[in-house]
Design a binder for this molecule. Structure first.
Ligand code: GRF
Length: 185
């Protein structure tokens, strides 16, 4: 049974889909949800599903809290699901090709520092893109730069608002992220 750690900063709808996907699975389980925001809704979701959770400050993270916690739990795969801080280099070195992120666009388009949440979908709208999508990739020392594992696209209609684009992208994330994680375990 492989153990998954999820890092998230916000709502956590992807985290919840992953929890549900592995509920009762013999392949893997979500061993911990960790958030840099103590009032993030993702922690409520963890509570509701009886998944262990922690919150931490950036200082604690920089001092190695995640490395220590994940080592003690014997974590196999670290999943970023809406995690807004840069992952510490120590963690990247400890989990080579074992930290993955989901980005709500077709990288290398609409990626990089500051490109997150609605900003991505607003930029897609602004540029008049005909399609957008999701990218699941390995995490390295730069933002949104590691090797791509999986992409899926969706059509953007001229009349779609950024909110509607976000909605389509979220649906893709929920559909594919848990399956891609399972395939990596
Ligand atoms: C997702 O759109 C993901 O691509 C991005 O952050 C968002 C998280 O959404 N990295 P949620 O918190 O899982 O609802």
């Amino acid at each position: 049974m492989k153990k998954i750690a999820i890092l998230a900063s916000g709502n956590g709808s992807n985290a919840e889909e992953i929890i549900k996907h592995f509920n009762g699975s013999t392949k893997g389980k979500v061993a911990i949800i960790a958030s840099n925001k103590k009032d993030a809704y993702v922690l409520e979701r963890a509570k509701n599903h009886d998944i262990p959770f922690i919150s931490f400050s950036k200082k604690e993270m920089d001092e190695g809290l995640l490395e220590k916690t994940f080592e003690a739990l014997e974590i196999d795969l670290v999943v970023l699901a809406g995690f807004l801080l840069k992952v510490p280099d120590g963690l990247i070195q400890m989990f080579p090709e074992k930290i993955i992120n989901i980005h709500p666009a077709l990288l290398p388009k609409f990626g990089g520092k500051g490109m997150y949440g609605m900003r991505v979908h607003e930029a897609v709208k602004e540029k008049g893109e005909k399609e957008t999508g999701i990218t699941i990739h390995y995490v390295n020392e730069k933002y949104d730069d590691g090797r791509v594992i999986f992409q899926e696209s969706v059509k953007v209609e001229e009349t779609d608002s950024p909110d509607e684009i976000a909605h389509k992208v979220h649906a893709l994330e929920h559909k594919y992220f848990p399956k891609v994680i399972e395939s990596l375990l």
